[in-house]
Design a protein around this ligand. Structure first.
Ligand SMILES: [Zn+2]
Length: 317
C-alpha cells in the first residue's frame, strides 16, 4: 500500500472499528453481528469503497424492490447486490477523506440494520451455513468463509499447486512465442516509421508483445523466460531498425531490398547515412523498449506473488 493511502485506511479502520490488512489493502472485522470486508472497488483508485457481507435468509436473495428502496433511502450508496451468499454494497467515492469516511460509516450502519430487518443471518459465503466465519485472503481476493470450507480450499490449493509444479514451463514454446511477438514489434517499427511517425513508440509494442508471446506459448513467464525474452527483444529491435533503414535505402537508391540491407554498415561508414541520426534512432527505440518492458515485468511478478498468497486474517482460524 502507498503510505498516504495506508494512513487514510488506518483512519477508516479507527472510525469503523475494523482492522486493516496491509498486505491486501482491505479492512475487516465485525459490524453488528456480521463479518464485514471493506476494500477499494478498483485497486488503482482507493477512494471508491465496496463493502461485502456474507449472509443468508430463508426467503431467498434480495429483490429488486428491496435494492431500490435501500438505494433511495441511502444517498452515499451507489449499488447493492447479492451474489450467492455475498451481499456487496458500493459507496460514492470522493477525493476528500472525510467524505469517504462518513459515507463508509453511514453505509455500514445502514446496511447492517437493513440486513437485520430483512431477516439475514451471518453465514459462510461458500456453504451458506450459519457458523462462525472469518475473513481470509485467497489468491489475492477476499472471502468470508467458515473453517471447514477454508480447510477444504487449502487442500484443493495444495493439489493445484502440485499440479502446476508438474506442468513445467515450455521453454521452446515460450521462445517461439517471444519470436512471434517480436515480429509484431518489428512490423510495427517499420510500419510506424514508414508512415512518418516516431518509430521509438514501437519499442513499447516490441517489449510487450515479446513478453506476452513468451507467456502465451510458454505457459508462464518465469525469470528464465524474462531473460530470454529480453535477449530476443534487444536483437529484434536492432534488426527492426535496420530493416526500416533498408526500406528507405532501397527506395532512395532504387536497389533491391537485400542489397540495401547488406549495404547499411558501408553507408554508415561512408557517412552517407548520418551516424548521429542512425544511433539516436536506435537509442530512442531502446529507451522505449525499457518503458514497455519494465512495467510488464513488474506487473507479471506482482501477479505471480499475489496468486500464491492465501491466508486467514484472524489468527487461530
Ligand atoms: Zn462454509
Amino acid at each position: 500500500m502507498k503510505k498516504k493511502v495506508k494512513q487514510n485506511y488506518e483512519q477508516l479502520a479507527l472510525s469503523t472499528g475494523l482492522r486493516l490488512d496491509e498486505e491486501g489493502g482491505a479492512l475487516y472485522g465485525t459490524h453488528g453481528e456480521y463479518s464485514v470486508l471493506v476494500y477499494p472497488a478498483n485497486p488503482s483508485y482507493p477512494y471508491i469503497l465496496a463493502v461485502a457481507i456474507s449472509a443468508a435468509r430463508e426467503s431467498g436473495p434480495l429483490t429488486g424492490d428491496e435494492i431500490k428502496q435501500f438505494k433511495n433511502d441511502n444517498g452515499p450508496v451507489t449499488g447493492l447486490g447479492q451474489n450467492g451468499y455475498v451481499i456487496t454494497m458500493s459507496l460514492k467515492g470522493s477525493k476528500k477523506q472525510e467524505v469517504v469516511r462518513d459515507n463508509l460509516v453511514s453505509g455500514l450502519n445502514a446496511l447492517t440494520a437493513f440486513l437485520r430487518m430483512h431477516g439475514y443471518r451471518s453465514s459462510c459465503q461458500t456453504c451458506g451455513r450459519d457458523v462462525k466465519i472469518a475473513p481470509r485472503c485467497v489468491s489475492g481476493s477476499y472471502v468470508l468463509m467458515c473453517q471447514d470450507c477454508y480447510a477444504q480450499l487449502q487442500q484443493n490449493k495444495t493439489l493445484v499447486q502440485a499440479q502446476k509444479k508438474q506442468k513445467n514451463e515450455n521453454v521452446i514454446g515460450g521462445v517461439v512465442g517471444a519470436l512471434l511477438g517480436s515480429l509484431v514489434g518489428v512490423a510495427c517499427i517499420i510500419l510506424i516509421s514508414q508512415l512518418g511517425y516516431v518509430a521509438a513508440l514501437s519499442g513499447i509494442v516490441m517489449a510487450v508483445c515479446t513478453l506476452k508471446g513468451y507467456e502465451l506459448l510458454g505457459g508462464k513467464l518465469s525469470k528464465k523466460g524474462m531473460v530470454l525474452s529480453v535477449v530476443i527483444m534487444l536483437f529484434m529491435t536492432f534488426l527492426g531498425d535496420r530493416l526500416d533503414w533498408a526500406v528507405v535505402v532501397s527506395r532512395e537508391l532504387e536497389i533491391d531490398f537485400l542489397t540495401s540491407f547488406q549495404l547499411i554498415p558501408t553507408l554508415l561508414e561512408e557517412q552517407i547515412i548520418d551516424g548521429d541520426t542512425y544511433w539516436s534512432n536506435v537509442t530512442m527505440l531502446y529507451l522505449f523498449l525499457l518503458v514497455g518492458a519494465v512495467p510488464t515485468i513488474i506487473s507479471t511478478m506482482k501477479n505471480q506473488k499475489k496468486s500464491g498468497q492465501t491466508y486467514s486474517l484472524e489468527e487461530g482460524n
